[in-house]
Design a protein around this ligand. Structure first.
Ligand code: BES
Ligand code: ZN
Length: 479
C-alpha cells in the first residue's frame, strides 16, 4: 500500500473515531426483540456509508424469526461490491453489525452505547467497538481513503455484512448458498476481521474457529409458582431437578461428562503440539483478560489446546429461576437451563445433539421425578479449520502469505498463526460453498473485552488495523 494511503489514514484518525461513535451509538443488539429496529437502523446507516464511498450495496431480507414468543423480521444482510476488473483478484470480506446486549448496570463505567475516548490510554470504550463495528469501519475507511485520493482499489472487493451473528447467524447460510453462482461468483478468497490477538502486543492470523451448539432444558410440573413453606418437601421441584441435571453435564475441571462427545474429537498429532508451543501467550495474558487467577491449568500449551482444539461445555443461565435480590420463598414452577458446547473437528452437529438429548433424558429418568423435561437446541454453528496440519509459522496459500506480509509491514513482526475458541458460524459455509481459502485477520487485542463490560478497542489497533486491512489488499494483488 502506498505511503500516501498510510499517511491519509493517519491524518483522518479523528474522523474515524467520530464515525465509530456514530456506529456505537446505534444499539444494534440482535438477541433482544425490543432492540430489533436498531439492527435495521444500523443496516441502513452502514449501507449509506458504503454507498457514499463508491460501493454498490443491496439489502437482502432474510425472512422471519421466532424470538421471545414473537415472530419478527430478521435484519437484512448487506451485500456490496466495488470494482469488477477481470484482471484483478476478488476478495470477499465479512463482518457483523449486530452486538451483544449491554446495560450500564451490568457494571460498565460509562454508557455502553456512547463511545468514550480515554485520551490518556488511547482506549475507545463502547459496545461493538471491537466486536465488530471497528473492523467493519476499517474496511469502510480503506475504501474512503481510495476515493478521496482518487485511487483504484488493487482488488475487486465484495462484502457480506450481517446483523444476526451474535444470535447464531439465522438466515445467512441460505443466502450464501443461493448466491454461490450469483453475487458471490468469482470470489477468490475470503477475509474476516472479527477476532482478536492472542495477547496484547503481538498480532496474529487465525485459521480456525470452534463451532457452537446451544441447548435449552425446560423442567416444569406445578401449574404455578408455589409457597415453599406449604409445598416444600411435598412436590418434586423443577429447579432441583434442573440443577441436578445441569450438574451432571461437566465437571468443575471442565471435563464433559456426556458420553459420545469427547470420542468425536480429532486426535492430537506431535506436529500440532509444537504449533501451540511457539505461540506468544502466557498465563499473565489470560489472567489479565479474566481479571483473575482462575485458570484450570497454568500450563500454556494445555490452556491453548483447551481453547483452540478441544470442546468445552459452559452453563449460561436459568430462565424462570428467582434471580432478583431478596429472600423470596418461592418454588418456581418452570425453569429453563441454558448451556452450550463449543465444537471442534471432527465433531458432527447432529451426533452432538443426539448424544446430549439421549444423556439428558436418561439422567432425568434416573431422578424418578414426576415433573417433565423438554429438550431444545438451536441449529449448531460448525467448527472451521482452514488446515489443521500447517506448521507453526507458515501457511502456503497466497491469501495467508499476503496477510503475513501485510502484518509484517504494518507491525514489523511476524504474526503468530492461531486458532480461536470463539465461533463465527458462517465461516465454514464460505469455505465449503465458495470452495476457497478463508482467513481471519484481527484488528483488536485479547483484553478488548468483547461481550463483556467496558468493551474497548485501542486507538492504535483501530488505526493500524485499518492500515493492515488496506495493506492486505495490496499484498493480495501482488501475490
Ligand atoms: N467475534 C466473535 C467471535 C470470536 C470470539 C472470535 C472469540 C474469536 C474469539 C463473534 O462475534 C461471537 O461472539 N460469536 C458468537 C457466535 C455464537 C452466537 C454462535 C460466539 O462465539 O459466542
Ligand atoms: Zn464478533
Amino acid at each position: 500500500m502506498s505511503d500516501k494511503i498510510v499517511a491519509h489514514i493517519e491524518a483522518n484518525q479523528k474522523k474515524y473515531v467520530d464515525r465509530l461513535a456514530e456506529a456505537v451509538g446505534i444499539p444494534s443488539v440482535s438477541g433482544d426483540a425490543s432492540y430489533r429496529h436498531h439492527v435495521f437502523e444500523m443496516a441502513d446507516w452502514l449501507a449509506n456509508e458504503f454507498t457514499k464511498v463508491g460501493a454498490q450495496v443491496t439489502k437482502r431480507p432474510l425472512g422471519k424469526q421466532e424470538i421471545q414468543g414473537e415472530t419478527i423480521d430478521l435484519p437484512p444482510a448487506l451485500l456490496g461490491q466495488i470494482g469488477n476488473d477481470p484482471a484483478k483478484k476478488t476478495i470477499l470480506v465479512y463482518g457483523h453489525f449486530d452486538v451483544q446486549p449491554a446495560l450500564k448496570s451490568d457494571g460498565w463505567d460509562s454508557e455502553p452505547f456512547k463511545l468514550v475516548h480515554d485520551e490518556a490510554t488511547g482506549r475507545l470504550y463502547g459496545r461493538g467497538s471491537t466486536d465488530d463495528k471497528g473492523p467493519i469501519l476499517g474496511w469502510l475507511h480503506v475504501l474512503e481513503a481510495h476515493k478521496e485520493l482518487g485511487l483504484d482499489l488493487p482488488v475487486n472487493l465484495k462484502f457480506v455484512f450481517e446483523g444476526m451473528e451474535e444470535s447464531g447467524s439465522e438466515g445467512l447460510e441460505e443466502l450464501v448458498v443461493s448466491e454461490k453462482n450469483g453475487f458471490l461468483a468469482g470470489v477468490d478468497a475470503v477475509c474476516i476481521s472479527d477476532n482478536y490477538w492472542l495477547g496484547t502486543t503481538k498480532p496474529c492470523i487465525t485459521h480456525g474457529l470452534r463451532g457452537c451448539a446451544y441447548f435449552y432444558l425446560t423442567v416444569s410440573g406445578p401449574a404455578r409458582d408455589l409457597h415453599s413453606g406449604v409445598f416444600g418437601g411435598v412436590v418434586h421441584e423443577p429447579m432441583t431437578d434442573l440443577i441436578s441435571i445441569m450438574s451432571r453435564l461437566v465437571t468443575p475441571e471442565g471435563k464433559i461428562l456426556i458420553p459420545g462427545i469427547n470420542e468425536q474429537v480429532a486426535p492430537l498429532t506431535d506436529a500440532e503440539r509444537e504449533v501451540y508451543n511457539v505461540m506468544d501467550f502466557s498465563l499473565e495474558d489470560i489472567n489479565s483478560a479474566t481479571g483473575s487467577k482462575t485458570t484450570i491449568s497454568d500450563d500454556k500449551v494445555s490452556m491453548l489446546m483447551s481453547r483452540m482444539r478441544y470442546p468445552s461445555l459452559s452453563l449460561h443461565g436459568i430462565e424462570g429461576a428467582f434471580a432478583e435480590p431478596g429472600a423470596k420463598t418461592v418454588i418456581p414452577a418452570k425453569v429453563t437451563g441454558k448451556f452450550s458446547i463449543r465444537m471442534v473437528p471432527d465433531m458432527d452437529g447432529q451426533k452432538v445433539i443426539d448424544a446430549v438429548k439421549a444423556y439428558v433424558e436418561d439422567e432425568f429418568k434416573k431422578l424418578g421425578s414426576r415433573n417433565t423435561i423438554e429438550f431444545k437446541h438451536d441449529s449448531p454453528g460448525l467448527p472451521w479449520v482452514a488446515d489443521p496440519n500447517v506448521s507453526a509459522q507458515a501457511y502456503q496459500h497466497w491469501n495467508y502469505e499476503a496477510a503475513f506480509r501485510a502484518t509484517e509491514k504494518v507491525y514489523g513482526v511476524r504474526p503468530d498463526l492461531t486458532r480461536e475458541g470463539g465461533s463465527i458460524p458462517i465461516t465454514l459455509t464460505f469455505a465449503d460453498t465458495l470452495n476457497c481459502n478463508v482467513l481471519l485477520l484481527p484488528m483488536g487485542r485479547s483484553d478488548d473485552g468483547a461481550h463483556s463490560t467496558n468493551e474497548k478497542i485501542d486507538l492504535s489497533n483501530y488505526i493500524k488495523g485499518t492500515q493492515l486491512l488496506g495493506t492486505y489488499l495490496y499484498e493480495v494483488a501482488s501475490a
